[in-house]
Design a protein around this ligand. Structure first.
Ligand code: SER
Length: 313
């Protein structure tokens, strides 16, 4: 059967780069980008685009039939910081969009789903260092609760109905093409922009708050690798732990100072500090390595080089 891919939330931080990568791999017309709003010009010009609200089941079903879609990447979501401000909107968006695609897969209208989970599924009672795949979860944020529930539903639809849904728990993602929006790890992108434009950054997390992070190229590569793997190899149908590096604001500032010696960082923690404090410091991703050969390529130094060279003059 001819491959036909739909990306929901294609204008966001991950969706944008996923759209480029999938178009590069499978051809522009094979990949339908969609979002509730239009994205940047480059993306809009790179292939077919449809305005779509991922929570609107009928519109989604119609679009899937029209383009004969067989693979869906559901990247639309409200992230951790914004979700604390709008809990019900976050729950409705994050859960209803997921149910829509799970139901369409159960009805055999699509064959394969990618749905991202997050390190936010873990909570204050989770072991903080090298957090294993299976452990205490108890998320304490609205976003984390929606992602953990989502994981259970993915596993349920796979076990009960044979739905081929695949997922990773992304760490904080660092990228230069599109800004993140509404997350707790966003500081690790903003800091590079401010380092270049103002040589100083005021961080909303404390200097020693260590969180799991990943450069976007690794995140996209992991996503494609997982989606291309043989279904039988995928043993985890909730969501895979995924890791690349961990650092604190102090450490990322030091790595920037190696390139911009007069860069200064200041700290003014806000409500996002509590969110960050509830998440792990580092992640053990041995199941992803074992089952589908995952290995990260970017550490903090390489990430800083890439960010500064791509954002810089
Ligand atoms: N990076 C996301 C956030 O900070 C977590 O998945 O909300």
């Amino acid at each position: 059967m001819k491959k036909s891919i739909l990306i929901l939330g294609a204008c966001g931080q991950i969706g944008t780069e996923l759209t480029y990568a999938l178009r590069e791999k499978y051809g522009s017309d094979t990949v339908i980008a969609s979002d509730i709003r239009e994205g940047k010009e480059d993306l809009m010009n790179s292939g077919p685009f449809e305005l779509l609200d991922a929570t609107d089941f009928n519109a989604l079903e119609e679009l899937i039939a029209y383009y004969e879609i067989n693979e869906v990447y559901l990247m639309a979501a409200m992230l951790s910081a914004t979700a604390e401000k709008f809990p019900m909107r976050a729950w409705n968006l994050n859960m209803n969009s997921l149910f829509n695609v799970l139901v369409l897969a159960k009805e055999k209208k699509i064959d394969k789903i990618f749905w991202p989970s997050s390190i936010a599924v873990f909570g204050p009672n989770t072991p903080k260092n090298s957090t294993p795949q299976n452990t205490i979860m108890e998320p304490s944020t609205v976003y984390g609760i929606s992602k953990q529930s989502g994981e259970r539903w993915c596993n349920y639809y796979h076990t009960k109905f044979g739905v081929d849904v695949r997922s990773v728990r992304y760490p904080g993602l660092i990228s230069w093409k599109t800004m993140p929006g509404g997350g707790t790890t966003d500081y690790a992108v903003e800091i590079y922009h401010k380092a270049l434009s103002e040589k100083s950054y005021t961080c909303f997390l404390k200097e020693d708050t260590r969180l799991p992070m990943m450069f976007m190229d690794d995140a996209i590569r992991a996503t494609l690798l997982l989606m291309e793997s043989d279904s039988a190899a995928i043993k985890v149908r909730s969501s895979y732990n995924l890791a690349a590096m961990s650092f604190s604001p102090n450490e990322i500032a030091t790595s920037i100072k190696n390139h911009i010696p007069d860069f200064e960082i200041f700290y003014k923690p806000d409500f996002r500090q509590d969110i960050a404090d509830s998440w792990p410091n580092s992640i053990d991703d041995k199941e992803a390595r074992r089952d589908w050969g995952w290995e990260a390529e970017f550490n903090l130094e390489r990430t800083t080089e890439k960010m500064l060279s791509n954002l810089g003059p």
